[in-house]
Design a protein around this ligand. Sequence first.
Ligand SMILES: [Zn+2]
Length: 235
Amino acid sequence: MSIRIVLAVVFLSGFLYGRIDVPKLLSDYQNLDQKVRELGERKRFLMLVNRQHAIPEDFIPNLTPTAQRPEIRLDIAACAALERMMEAAEEDGHTIIIASGYRDRSYQEDLLQEDIASAIGRGMSCEEAYRYVVRETMPPGCSEHETGLAADLVSPSNQVLDERQADTPENRWLLEHCAEYGFILRYPEDREEITGVSYEPWHFRYVGTWAAAEIMEEGLTLEEYVYDIIRSDAP
Ligand SMILES: [Zn+2]
């Protein structure tokens, strides 16, 4: 059996396993994935994407190149908001660098396969490698970057995606002002149990200004915000 087939089998079993693991707080909720999907169709900026809720196969992002790095594209509304935010940061003396924006599904697949292959190279079994890698790298269809609504933003003094971003003045500025432009810090510290992703101070997600203000002021995650809307919409 080729390594690709082994990886595909491991990936699929892991993906199915992951989908069963719906957050405990919603274990009583029926048709959750469908409700999340309907909300995302009604309000594109509130599209919730994580290991439990993959992006619909037929989703077509509405993309435009960013001015700073035209090879990086973002959703049109998110891009306009990001550019306004970057201008405001610049006026306050901070240059924000866009490290990553839209990524398509095959890119995400390659990323995952590369990471799995490298973990196997370090001596893990296929299954161990898969479980280890998906803690950090989202399975294809489950990465927010596939929506075009997420951007990885870094400081000129540290262009690596690591926790030291949080110590840079640019990141502190972003935390203070991102909601004014409709962005949230998507994977806050100590919320891994809810988001399924460890702390990522560089990853910002566009949700629109109303939702962003509420989420950032109340210290929520997008999961909590979206599930709350679904709960209150329930008859
Ligand atoms: Zn990211």
